[in-house]
Write a protein that binds this ligand. Structure first.
Ligand SMILES: [Zn+2]
Ligand SMILES: [Zn+2]
Length: 256
Protein backbone atom coordinates (compact mmCIF):
# COMPACT_ATOMS: atom_id res chain seq x y z
CA UNK A 1 0.00 0.00 0.00
CA UNK A 2 1.40 3.38 -1.01
CA UNK A 3 0.23 6.85 -0.13
CA UNK A 4 1.30 9.47 -2.64
CA UNK A 5 1.18 13.07 -1.41
CA UNK A 6 -0.49 15.28 -4.03
CA UNK A 7 -0.42 18.35 -1.81
CA UNK A 8 -0.25 19.25 1.84
CA UNK A 9 -0.51 23.01 2.28
CA UNK A 10 -2.79 24.02 5.15
CA UNK A 11 -5.69 26.39 4.52
CA UNK A 12 -4.65 27.77 1.15
CA UNK A 13 -2.26 26.54 -1.54
CA UNK A 14 1.38 27.64 -1.36
CA UNK A 15 3.31 28.57 -4.52
CA UNK A 16 4.88 25.11 -4.68
CA UNK A 17 2.38 23.04 -2.73
CA UNK A 18 -1.31 22.42 -3.50
CA UNK A 19 -3.84 21.93 -0.75
CA UNK A 20 -4.51 18.56 0.85
CA UNK A 21 -4.80 15.44 -1.28
CA UNK A 22 -3.46 11.89 -1.36
CA UNK A 23 -3.52 9.09 -3.90
CA UNK A 24 -3.76 5.73 -2.14
CA UNK A 25 -2.54 2.79 -4.18
CA UNK A 26 -3.35 -0.72 -3.00
CA UNK A 27 -2.79 -3.46 -5.55
CA UNK A 28 -4.67 -2.31 -8.65
CA UNK A 29 -6.90 0.06 -6.66
CA UNK A 30 -6.49 3.84 -6.92
CA UNK A 31 -8.27 5.90 -4.28
CA UNK A 32 -8.16 9.70 -4.13
CA UNK A 33 -8.40 10.86 -0.52
CA UNK A 34 -9.23 14.57 -0.22
CA UNK A 35 -9.31 16.74 -3.32
CA UNK A 36 -7.92 20.07 -2.18
CA UNK A 37 -7.18 22.96 -4.51
CA UNK A 38 -4.55 22.01 -7.10
CA UNK A 39 -4.42 18.28 -6.37
CA UNK A 40 -6.23 17.12 -9.54
CA UNK A 41 -3.39 18.43 -11.72
CA UNK A 42 -0.82 16.49 -9.67
CA UNK A 43 -2.97 13.35 -9.62
CA UNK A 44 -2.97 13.27 -13.42
CA UNK A 45 0.83 13.01 -13.42
CA UNK A 46 0.54 9.81 -11.38
CA UNK A 47 -2.45 7.99 -12.76
CA UNK A 48 -5.27 7.97 -15.30
CA UNK A 49 -8.19 9.67 -13.55
CA UNK A 50 -10.65 7.48 -15.46
CA UNK A 51 -9.21 4.54 -13.51
CA UNK A 52 -10.03 5.92 -10.07
CA UNK A 53 -11.90 3.39 -7.93
CA UNK A 54 -13.28 6.08 -5.61
CA UNK A 55 -12.88 9.55 -4.16
CA UNK A 56 -13.06 9.90 -0.37
CA UNK A 57 -13.56 13.33 1.24
CA UNK A 58 -12.83 14.04 4.90
CA UNK A 59 -14.86 17.26 4.96
CA UNK A 60 -16.18 20.07 2.84
CA UNK A 61 -13.72 22.89 3.39
CA UNK A 62 -12.40 23.98 -0.03
CA UNK A 63 -8.80 23.09 0.81
CA UNK A 64 -9.98 19.45 0.96
CA UNK A 65 -12.66 19.20 -1.71
CA UNK A 66 -12.50 22.01 -4.30
CA UNK A 67 -10.95 19.84 -7.02
CA UNK A 68 -13.99 17.60 -7.12
CA UNK A 69 -15.44 20.21 -9.50
CA UNK A 70 -12.80 19.88 -12.24
CA UNK A 71 -12.88 16.10 -11.82
CA UNK A 72 -16.61 16.17 -12.53
CA UNK A 73 -16.06 18.19 -15.70
CA UNK A 74 -13.35 15.77 -16.86
CA UNK A 75 -15.53 12.70 -16.21
CA UNK A 76 -18.92 14.06 -17.29
CA UNK A 77 -17.88 15.70 -20.55
CA UNK A 78 -15.24 13.13 -21.55
CA UNK A 79 -15.38 12.95 -25.36
CA UNK A 80 -14.97 9.17 -25.32
CA UNK A 81 -18.00 8.88 -23.03
CA UNK A 82 -18.92 9.83 -19.50
CA UNK A 83 -17.47 7.86 -16.60
CA UNK A 84 -18.83 7.58 -13.07
CA UNK A 85 -16.65 7.34 -9.98
CA UNK A 86 -18.01 6.46 -6.53
CA UNK A 87 -17.75 9.21 -3.93
CA UNK A 88 -17.59 8.76 -0.16
CA UNK A 89 -18.00 11.74 2.14
CA UNK A 90 -19.85 13.19 5.13
CA UNK A 91 -23.66 13.38 5.06
CA UNK A 92 -24.90 16.25 2.89
CA UNK A 93 -21.81 16.36 0.66
CA UNK A 94 -23.69 16.57 -2.64
CA UNK A 95 -26.17 19.17 -1.40
CA UNK A 96 -23.37 21.38 -0.04
CA UNK A 97 -21.10 21.12 -3.09
CA UNK A 98 -24.00 21.19 -5.54
CA UNK A 99 -25.02 24.64 -4.31
CA UNK A 100 -22.20 26.25 -6.26
CA UNK A 101 -23.46 24.62 -9.47
CA UNK A 102 -26.91 26.24 -9.24
CA UNK A 103 -30.29 24.57 -9.69
CA UNK A 104 -29.95 20.80 -9.96
CA UNK A 105 -26.35 20.93 -8.85
CA UNK A 106 -26.61 18.09 -6.37
CA UNK A 107 -28.32 15.87 -8.98
CA UNK A 108 -25.63 16.73 -11.52
CA UNK A 109 -22.93 15.67 -9.08
CA UNK A 110 -24.86 12.49 -8.23
CA UNK A 111 -24.94 11.61 -11.96
CA UNK A 112 -21.15 11.57 -12.02
CA UNK A 113 -20.43 10.48 -8.48
CA UNK A 114 -22.57 7.65 -7.07
CA UNK A 115 -22.57 8.87 -3.48
CA UNK A 116 -22.11 6.96 -0.25
CA UNK A 117 -22.54 9.00 2.93
CA UNK A 118 -20.15 7.88 5.65
CA UNK A 119 -19.95 8.87 9.29
CA UNK A 120 -18.31 8.09 12.59
CA UNK A 121 -18.56 4.39 13.44
CA UNK A 122 -19.13 3.30 9.84
CA UNK A 123 -16.99 0.65 8.18
CA UNK A 124 -16.91 0.48 4.39
CA UNK A 125 -14.89 -1.64 1.98
CA UNK A 126 -13.37 0.32 -0.90
CA UNK A 127 -10.72 -0.97 -3.30
CA UNK A 128 -9.80 -3.89 -1.08
CA UNK A 129 -9.34 -1.59 1.93
CA UNK A 130 -11.49 -1.22 5.02
CA UNK A 131 -12.28 2.42 5.85
CA UNK A 132 -13.33 3.59 9.32
CA UNK A 133 -14.18 7.11 10.42
CA UNK A 134 -13.99 9.35 13.50
CA UNK A 135 -15.74 12.69 13.94
CA UNK A 136 -13.04 15.25 14.67
CA UNK A 137 -12.87 18.53 16.60
CA UNK A 138 -13.30 20.86 13.63
CA UNK A 139 -16.06 23.12 12.22
CA UNK A 140 -18.41 21.34 9.87
CA UNK A 141 -18.79 17.59 9.65
CA UNK A 142 -15.19 16.42 9.60
CA UNK A 143 -14.07 12.80 9.58
CA UNK A 144 -10.65 11.35 10.36
CA UNK A 145 -10.07 8.30 8.19
CA UNK A 146 -8.49 4.96 9.12
CA UNK A 147 -7.59 2.68 6.19
CA UNK A 148 -6.86 -0.97 6.95
CA UNK A 149 -5.61 -3.43 4.35
CA UNK A 150 -3.64 -6.66 4.17
CA UNK A 151 -0.52 -4.48 3.95
CA UNK A 152 -1.16 -2.51 7.14
CA UNK A 153 -3.02 0.51 8.47
CA UNK A 154 -2.85 4.21 7.72
CA UNK A 155 -4.72 6.79 9.79
CA UNK A 156 -5.29 10.31 8.50
CA UNK A 157 -6.35 12.97 11.00
CA UNK A 158 -8.17 15.17 8.48
CA UNK A 159 -8.48 18.61 10.12
CA UNK A 160 -8.95 18.62 13.87
CA UNK A 161 -8.48 20.53 17.08
CA UNK A 162 -7.07 18.80 20.16
CA UNK A 163 -10.39 17.80 21.77
CA UNK A 164 -10.79 14.37 20.23
CA UNK A 165 -9.15 11.04 21.01
CA UNK A 166 -7.29 10.68 17.75
CA UNK A 167 -4.60 8.56 19.41
CA UNK A 168 -7.06 5.77 20.23
CA UNK A 169 -8.49 5.90 16.71
CA UNK A 170 -4.98 5.59 15.24
CA UNK A 171 -3.85 2.85 17.65
CA UNK A 172 -1.91 0.12 15.86
CA UNK A 173 -1.48 2.07 12.63
CA UNK A 174 1.77 1.79 10.76
CA UNK A 175 1.51 5.39 9.52
CA UNK A 176 -0.25 8.38 11.05
CA UNK A 177 -0.77 11.27 8.65
CA UNK A 178 -1.50 14.07 11.08
CA UNK A 179 -2.24 17.70 10.59
CA UNK A 180 0.27 20.04 12.22
CA UNK A 181 -1.09 23.40 11.18
CA UNK A 182 0.35 25.49 13.98
CA UNK A 183 3.50 26.00 16.04
CA UNK A 184 3.98 26.76 19.72
CA UNK A 185 2.94 30.37 20.29
CA UNK A 186 1.58 30.61 16.75
CA UNK A 187 -1.98 29.33 16.99
CA UNK A 188 -4.64 30.87 14.77
CA UNK A 189 -7.62 29.20 16.43
CA UNK A 190 -8.60 26.07 18.36
CA UNK A 191 -9.69 24.11 15.27
CA UNK A 192 -6.27 22.69 14.34
CA UNK A 193 -3.30 20.98 16.02
CA UNK A 194 0.18 22.27 16.70
CA UNK A 195 3.16 20.25 15.52
CA UNK A 196 3.83 19.28 19.14
CA UNK A 197 0.30 17.96 19.50
CA UNK A 198 0.72 15.94 16.31
CA UNK A 199 3.92 14.42 17.72
CA UNK A 200 2.25 13.63 21.04
CA UNK A 201 -0.66 11.97 19.25
CA UNK A 202 1.72 9.75 17.27
CA UNK A 203 3.55 8.74 20.45
CA UNK A 204 0.34 7.93 22.33
CA UNK A 205 -0.97 5.95 19.36
CA UNK A 206 2.25 3.95 19.10
CA UNK A 207 2.50 4.29 15.33
CA UNK A 208 5.62 3.35 13.36
CA UNK A 209 5.89 6.60 11.44
CA UNK A 210 4.40 10.10 11.54
CA UNK A 211 3.78 12.21 8.45
CA UNK A 212 2.95 15.81 9.29
CA UNK A 213 0.70 17.69 6.92
CA UNK A 214 -1.54 20.78 6.59
CA UNK A 215 1.21 23.13 7.77
CA UNK A 216 0.37 26.82 7.57
CA UNK A 217 2.07 28.08 4.38
CA UNK A 218 4.00 30.97 5.96
CA UNK A 219 5.62 28.88 8.70
CA UNK A 220 9.25 27.73 8.82
CA UNK A 221 9.04 24.03 8.05
CA UNK A 222 12.18 23.23 10.05
CA UNK A 223 10.63 24.70 13.21
CA UNK A 224 7.47 22.65 12.64
CA UNK A 225 9.50 19.46 12.12
CA UNK A 226 11.61 20.12 15.23
CA UNK A 227 8.51 20.64 17.38
CA UNK A 228 6.86 17.48 16.07
CA UNK A 229 10.03 15.41 16.54
CA UNK A 230 10.61 16.64 20.08
CA UNK A 231 7.15 15.34 21.05
CA UNK A 232 7.16 12.15 18.99
CA UNK A 233 9.98 10.45 20.92
CA UNK A 234 11.55 7.63 18.89
CA UNK A 235 8.95 7.75 16.12
CA UNK A 236 10.38 8.94 12.78
CA UNK A 237 8.72 12.12 11.52
CA UNK A 238 8.62 13.19 7.89
CA UNK A 239 6.92 16.11 6.22
CA UNK A 240 4.20 15.05 3.78
CA UNK A 241 6.07 16.87 1.04
CA UNK A 242 4.23 17.02 -2.30
CA UNK A 243 5.55 14.11 -4.34
CA UNK A 244 6.52 12.10 -1.25
CA UNK A 245 5.46 8.46 -1.14
CA UNK A 246 4.78 6.60 2.09
CA UNK A 247 4.92 2.82 1.71
CA UNK A 248 3.17 0.52 4.18
CA UNK A 249 3.77 -3.22 4.36
CA UNK A 250 5.79 -5.50 2.11
CA UNK A 251 3.37 -6.03 -0.78
CA UNK A 252 4.42 -2.76 -2.36
CA UNK A 253 4.64 -4.28 -5.85
CA UNK A 254 5.70 -2.21 -8.78
CA UNK A 255 3.67 0.81 -7.83
CA UNK A 256 3.10 3.94 -9.84
ZN1 LIG B 1 -7.88 22.20 5.91
ZN1 LIG C 1 -11.03 22.16 7.51
Amino acid sequence: MRLHVLGSSGGYPAPDNPNTGFLLEHGAARLWIDAGTGTFAVLQRLTDFTRLDAVVLSHLHPDHCADLYPLQVALRYRVEGAIRVPLYGPPGTLEALGGLLGAGGAESLRDTFPFHAVDAGDTVEVGGCRFRFLRTDHPGHTLAIRVESSAGTITYSADTGPNVDLASFAQGSYLLVCEATYQEGKVGGPVHLTARQAGETARRAGVRELAITHIWPTFDLQVTLAEARSAAGDIPVRWARPGEVFAVGHDQGEGI
